[in-house]
Design a binder for this molecule. Structure first.
Ligand SMILES: Nc1ncnc2c1ncn2[C@@H]1O[C@H](COP(=O)(O)OP(=O)(O)OP(=O)(O)O)[C@@H](O)[C@H]1O
Ligand SMILES: [Mg+2]
Length: 260
């Protein structure tokens, strides 16, 4: 089992959209996937059309009242389960700070799943801003995937998250953490800016940048308001095709090259 955190301290860059569609895409490709919603906004939970149920989430697991395995919810899709978020997670950052080993609680909560043959892949949707929940995700993950919006200042934002990852690696808790790759999102083919940003990122980061680029798509922005993935909402469109292609690239980078 491998744990991938979808992370960028910048808000609104496509983290949740990418987490949902890689999770659903990998499940569609036959991998058994758990999506963990670490963001108190609960966008991944509601984007998949799931109810936010107080007390049935990551929150009681983090404060030590429940086991992760007892809190999982099925999605409509085969092979895809979710450990959802809820509002209380917003208070968890302060509450956790008063408990023992707050930074290790996400890792410890997910530890029983590591050796559970029921899962091939755990995907963590991180909140924006560097706080306890995001840092805990970086400590719990094997690899990080960084979505980057094709806009001015993108390179600076990537620099910040890469140096944060480097700091975690140099600390005691997760020295084997690595960057799986950078994904360009919301690419607008009509603007020179998108082309320029994509070129700059490839020049500076080379092979770390995934070949697949996610286009800006109105359908993709609409899908979560219907509680549907793009594979359900507009399966034949360009956005669904690009997230499927990104899933294939992800699985290949993870060493899951051939179908199960
Ligand atoms: N490729 C895209 N084309 C058009 N809209 C998109 C695309 N990707 C995401 N969006 C929309 O942009 C907004 C931000 O995306 P998303 O919620 O995935 O970002 P995020 O990084 O998770 O945000 P936050 O930092 O608030 O958690 C959402 O309304 C989403 O539906
Ligand atoms: Mg989000």
């Amino acid at each position: 089992m491998q744990t991938i955190a979808i992370c960028n301290q910048k808000g609104g860059v496509g983290k949740t959209t990418t987490a949902i569609h890689l999770a659903a895409g990998a499940a569609e490709a036959g991998r058994r996937v758990l999506l963990v919603d670490l963001d108190p906004q609960a966008n991944a939970t509601s984007g998949l059309g799931l109810e936010i149920v107080q007390g049935k989430s990551l929150y009681p697991v983090l404060i030590g009242n429940s086991r992760a395995l007892d809190m999982l919810q099925p999605s409509r899709q085969e092979n895809l389960q979710i450990l959802s978020s809820e509002m209380d997670l917003a208070g968890a950052e302060m509450e956790l700070a008063t408990l023992e080993n707050p930074l290790l609680r996400v890792r410890d909560a997910l530890a029983p799943l590591r050796h559970d043959p029921a899962f091939d892949l755990v995907i963590l949707d991180c909140p924006p801003s560097v706080g306890l929940l995001m840092t805990s995700a970086l400590i719990a993950a094997d690899k990080i995937l960084v979505p980057v919006q094709c806009e001015y200042f993108a390179l600076e934002g990537v620099g910040k998250i890469l140096s944060l990852i480097e700091r975690i690696k140099q600390g005691d808790h997760n020295p084997s953490l690595s960057v799986l790759g950078i994904v360009l999102t919301m690419y607008d083919t009509r603007t020179r800016l998108s082309q320029q940003v994509s070129q700059d990122l490839r020049t500076h980061l080379g092979e770390q940048v995934f070949r697949t680029i996610i286009p800006r798509s109105v359908r993709l922005a609409e899908a979560p308001s219907h509680g549907q993935t793009i594979y359900e909402y507009d399966n034949s469109g360009a956005a669904a095709a690009s997230y499927r292609q990104l899933t294939t690239e992800l699985l290949s980078r993870l060493g899951f090259a051939s179908p199960p």
